[in-house]
Design a protein around this ligand. Sequence first.
Ligand code: SF4
Length: 376
Amino acid sequence: MAGIYIHIPFCKQKCHYCNFYTVISQKYRNDFVHILLKELEQRRDYLGEQTVNTIYFGGGTPSLLADNEIVRIIDSIKTLFPVNEKAEITLEANPDDLNKEKLTSLKENTPVNRLSIGVQSFHNEDLVYLNRAHNASQALKAIENSLSAGFDNITVDLIYGIPTLTEKNWRKNLELFFDFGIPHLSSYALTVENKTVLHSLIAKKKMTPVDDKQAVKHFELLLEETEKHGYIHYEISNFAREGYYSKHNSIYWLGGHYLGVGPSAHSFNGISRQWNVANMKQYMEFEQTGTTVLEKEVLSKDQRYNEYVMTSLRTSWGCDTEHLENVFGNLYTNHFLKHIIPFVEDGKVQQKGNVYTLTNAGKLYADGIAAALFMI
Ligand code: SF4
């Protein structure tokens, strides 16, 4: 179970809340794919003999790539790595790029078989607050066009907790999503990260701050409505119909191995984690230096345990004490069992055999519960 992540850093404009590594400048646009292919070649041994089951174009805005660039990247991966012929190949796409021609061509000329559409909201006031490049009617049109081009494996991103998003409009966003019959939803609370434009605008009192209580109400409605419509809440921010779980993201959540290429992309091989420089100029110097500028961290046993507890508790597969015992040993299992008790007693965590999962009440406190279980 291995995946490849490709970071396409280009965006048309910077969304106020975004803390991903992105560039608006087109300075390196023409040579970027060429360097990306060189990096793939250099890292061809990173995943060993493992079959690549997923390829994920993330960003940034991968829908800014031309179809022939997408094909060149996928062909190169297929030449360099053993790729499952039924691999899930996802392209993150922004609604303003998804016109009929683009989608028909994507479907006919590339092996992309899954679209992740960054809708965020079907209401203009929210999109303006977030500084998205698209408007509400483009969001609707993008989904219609994707369906009529023949894409059936689609996921949509929706953000809740936006100060402009009323409860009524949040319900409407969810209704529109359900009406399209899309099989997968990723839904995140708006978070105000340091060093983002939103952080600075709120600090200067130029934007309304985020209200945690409103976000909690939206999250509760999200849980209620997705359950009512038959979606499985398989990860804290992800909901899917049976058979439509994100295979790529499941690799992250289940501790699988992945190679990330492109500026700022992360890789993990079970023991160490490494990440490329988040700087276009330095990344593009690959041509001269013949290597990627990256940082590497070998994870300690405590860190690996903490990661397992944090990611597993966020999923419907839960945290398995048999796995803890086999991989980390008695000391870690006992630590977990001792510190999980209060959360089971107050109904935030449920236990079935060896497996502990969050209840709906616990999902609101996922980060805090994980932190209480960490080995420090
Ligand atoms: S489109 Fe996505 S990656 Fe680009 S700035 Fe907006 S949130 Fe960030």
